[in-house]
Design a protein around this ligand. Structure first.
Ligand code: UD1
Ligand code: UDP
Length: 358
């Protein structure tokens, strides 16, 4: 198709990272095929807006500035998704793209897909077919609905393809590999060259644990949140410093429960870090503890043992290969799993060859 127009709808931290290799691939295509360029329209919903949750990724990864910044911000699910739906629709009506691309499983993903589908614009879903089979997660609802609205479903793993098949989705399904692996391969070298995070935090490789916590199922449940932070604090007191780049959602939850004040100093709570700093922190950690989807995978890519602070995961291959242990939120399980974390046994590589975008 000559002069194809694609609208990318993003809005949350992991989406800026997934977008980066896609934008590079579009640039490459336009260089190699000047006769049939792709015109890309970048739409930022504004779901994440703090500098360290959004702009830092544009600056560091060299992403173009959004063509539209919708400034939706935070709110309840219905408010946030509804505002995005209205504002994305305005953009789509004006731009009339041939395809809308959405990423992952956030409210920005669902809003982009739904606005497009209702206007009969084909939808491409990057990271299609992931399932936790837990409908209490907002992300699970976003995934299921987005997949059923999509015309092109780009799956990172064979498991994702099978999940779609079970729901009757077989058309337009492509097993392409994981775009976050593309990103790691594309930026790991730059991270080594640029990041000064280990020096800044006075950390030596393999002498610390790295932890991230932000899932609603953990932050919005005081019992779970307390359990997790008790576990992380106990781990730090066992002599393994724990670095915690803290998501704003979790910072708010901790301070409303007055948990922050009682945490030990070996629990190094810092602002969210940039992607390049995060890659260096991950690569050099002795163990990673997280409830993040992206961070579980990056632990696997770097072959760092992972302890997942959830009851289930969509990234089942990381568990099957022995690199990831699901522990939930009980403090003693968290400490034991982190101290006993071993390298996995599997050499299986379910996430593609780092060229998911090609
Ligand atoms: C969202 C996604 C989640 C994803 C995560 C990535 C949904 C339903 N959830 O969760 O799947 O894993 O992004 O990080 O889409 N806040 C700030 N500053 C910001 C952004 C958020 O202070 O820049 C605070 C606000 O108090 C806000 C809260 O964090 O209410 C939650 O933000 P929200 O975008 O609703 O969800 P996340 O928890 O970030
Ligand atoms: N990340 C980052 N800085 C941080 C925490 C995470 O750059 O302080 C990156 C991380 O390396 C991964 C992505 O953000 O690429 C994961 O996003 P997040 O954990 O917010 O969401 P999820 O993957 O769970 O949807």
């Amino acid at each position: 198709m000559a002069n194809m127009k694609i609208a990318d709808v993003v809005g949350a931290r992991p989406q800026f990272i997934k977008l980066a290799p896609v934008l590079k691939a579009i640039e490459r295509h336009n260089r190699d095929h000047p006769d049939r360029p792709i015109h890309e329209v970048l739409v930022h919903t504004g779901q994440h807006y703090d500098y360290e949750m959004s702009q830092v990724f544009f600056d560091e990864l060299g992403l173009k500035a959004p063509d539209y910044h919708l400034g939706v911000g935070s709110g309840t699910h219905a408010y946030q998704t509804g505002e995005m739906l209205k504002r994305v629709e305005d953009v789509l009506l004006k731009e009339k793209p041939d395809l809308v691309m959405v990423y992952g499983d956030t409210n920005s993903t669902l809003a982009g897909a739904l606005a497009a589908a209702k206007l009969h614009i084909p939808v491409a879903h990057v990271e299609a077919g992931l399932r936790s089979f837990n409908r209490r997660m907002p992300e699970e609802i976003n995934r299921v609905l987005t997949d059923h609205l999509s015309d092109l479903l780009f799956c990172p793993t064979q498991t994702a393809v099978e999940n779609l098949k079970r729901e009757g989705i077989t058309e337009g399904v492509h097993l392409v590999g994981d775009v976050m692996y593309d990103a790691v391969l594309q930026y790991a070298e730059l991270a080594e060259a640029k990041s000064e995070i280990l020096g800044r935090l006075a950390l030596k490789p393999r002498s610390y644990a790295l932890a991230t916590v932000h899932r609603a199922e953990n932050t919005d449940d005081p019992v779970r949140l307390k359990g997790i932070f008790q576990g992380l604090a106990a781990l730090a007191q066992e002599g393994l410093p724990v670095v915690v780049p803290l998501h704003p959602r979790t910072r708010n939850a901790l301070s409303s429960l007055s948990i922050s004040q009682s945490l030990p100093r070996d629990l190094l709570i810092i602002e969210p870090v940039s992607y390049l700093d995060m890659l260096i922190l991950e690569k050099n950690a002795r163990v990673i503890l997280t409830d993040s989807g992206g961070v579980q995978k990056e632990a696997f890519f770097f072959r760092v043992p992972c302890v997942t602070l959830r009851e289930e995961t969509e990234w089942v291959e990381t568990v099957e290969t022995g690199w990831n242990t699901l522990v939930g939120c009980a403090p003693e399980r968290i400490v034991r799993a982190a101290l006993e974390a071993q390298e996995g046994i599997g050499c299986a590589w379910p996430y593609g060859d780092g060229r998911a975008v090609d």
